[in-house]
Write a protein of this length. Structure first.
Length: 117
């Protein structure tokens, strides 16, 4: 068996499982459509108006800032796991990373990116 044999088997099993979990429920589901099931679910509250408005751009900016800072904060875990092998080089790299992160955080704060108006 080649070195890529187990990888090919893993990918084939993963693809088969994904297809099975996606297609099988659609084939086995009972279809009994009615008007109540076709309505939009609004957390148990009857909808009172159309949802034709737009989200403010501020919502997307705050969401993107959260994702960026969350991903950057998640990078601390691999560093902490490998801290002993990285030694001083890893410490210096993380200090530079935290400084760049702090500069970005200060810039966004100064520009009012964290205030919801």
């Amino acid at each position: 068996m080649t070195p890529y044999g187990p990888v090919a088997i893993y990918l084939a099993v993963a693809l088969a499982a994904a297809l099975l979990f996606t297609v099988l429920p659609g084939l086995m589901a009972q279809r009994k459509p009615n008007a109540v099931k076709s309505e939009a679910y609004e957390c148990g509250v009857e909808p009172t108006s159309d949802v034709s408005g737009r989200f403010p751009v501020r919502f997307y900016l705050i969401a993107m800032l959260f994702v960026v800072f969350d991903v950057e904060a998640a990078s601390f875990y691999p560093w902490a796991v490998q801290m002993h092998q990285l030694r001083v080089f890893g410490l210096l790299e993380m200090i530079v990373f935290v400084i760049v992160l702090g500069i970005g955080y200060a810039y966004v704060w100064k520009r009012g990116g964290f205030q919801w108006r």
